[in-house]
Ligand binder design. Structure first.
Ligand SMILES: N[C@@H](CCC(=O)N[C@@H](CSC=O)C(=O)NCC(=O)O)C(=O)O
Length: 282
């Protein structure tokens, strides 16, 4: 699969690059961004942290706002930030053009419903197609971890918990923990997955965590701002804690007074998340 370079910036001694490519699973052109820390090449390979962004984001929000490069450069971690949905001609959007469904809101699921299923296969894209592309074109050493924010925190938890053994560690900022039972999740899953709520459970981190064998669960870190406008209505971290207790799994939930839902919060704690992942990636 060929890549087209669309941006190239030196930063903290490494390189931030953006690429587009034809996606077989999403049946459209996709864009992703990558940070290559200094010194990585075919003889000095590095692990990869996949970052999944939230509603309304592209590959650019994390790279421009999270302030992750300095510590990723120090730790020798490759960062990969995909887009949050398929895009382009023929890709169905929310008929009402809202921000929480359709373009920029793929929810990291494989859609089964018309007219979304032709393109919205973000679960397979993140789990399979993108890592294969990264391993083919960049000096990754085969070790990978996953993190994300809000909708992307949901995606990171779901993908980490459905693919036990594949991600050394999983973290999330302000994740949508229980999309089965919150307005963002119910809207997205109805549209992408249809009316059968049973089929939604495969994409719910509380549901998945409550059934995860403790000895197979990856290390989990969740950070939540306590002045987050979406805390009560959409995020509900206490439900993830209850699921962890049910499975007797260790979950580190850090609650930070005064922080909101924005990248100001993420940039304040991204170093901690990078160091958390580095322990397991190294
Ligand atoms: N426009 C909406 C909320 C949009 C929003 O807050 N998006 C977040 C992710 S929310 C969950 O997935 C985000 O990361 N935005 C991009 C950014 O750069 O901040 C509203 O105003 O309610």
């Amino acid at each position: 699969m060929s890549l087209e370079l669309i941006a190239n910036n030196k930063v903290h001694g490494g390189w931030h690059k953006r690429y587009s490519h034809k996606s077989t699973v999403n049946n459209c052109t996709m864009t992703f961004a990558i940070f290559l820390p200094p010194g990585v090449d075919e003889t000095a390979k590095a692990p990869v942290l996949y970052w999944l962004s939230g509603l309304t984001c592209t590959d650019e929000n994390f790279m421009q706002k999270a302030a992750a490069f300095k510590t990723a450069a120090e730790l020798g971690i490759i960062l990969v930030a995909p887009d949050t949905s398929p895009r382009g001609e023929g890709v169905a959007d929310d008929p009402e053009g809202s921000y929480d469904f359709g373009l920029g809101a793929g929810f990291y699921v494989n859609a089964t419903e018309e007219p979304y299923k032709q393109h919205y296969q973000m679960y397979d894209y993140i789990c399979t197609e993108l890592p294969a592309l990264i391993d083919e074109h960049f000096p990754s050493n085969g070790k990978k971890a996953i993190s994300g924010h809000s909708m992307g925190g949901h995606g990171a938890l779901v993908i980490g918990l459905r693919n036990l053994g594949q991600y050394t560690s999983v973290s999330a900022f302000a994740p949508i923990t229980n999309p089965l039972n919150c307005p963002w999740g119910e809207k997205a899953f109805s549209g992408y997955l249809g009316k059968d709520r049973e089929s939604w459970k495969a994409y719910d981190s509380c549901e998945l965590l409550s059934h995860t064998p403790a000895d197979k669960c990856p290390p989990l870190l969740v950070s939540q701002g306590m002045s987050d406008n979406f805390l009560e209505s959409q995020l509900r971290p206490e439900r993830l804690v209850a699921a962890a207790e049910q499975a007797d799994v260790s979950l580190c939930l850090e609650q930070h007074p005064g922080y909101d839902h924005s990248y100001f919060f993420i940039s304040s704690f991204i170093d901690q998340h990078l160091r958390f992942h580095a322990q397991y990636l190294s």
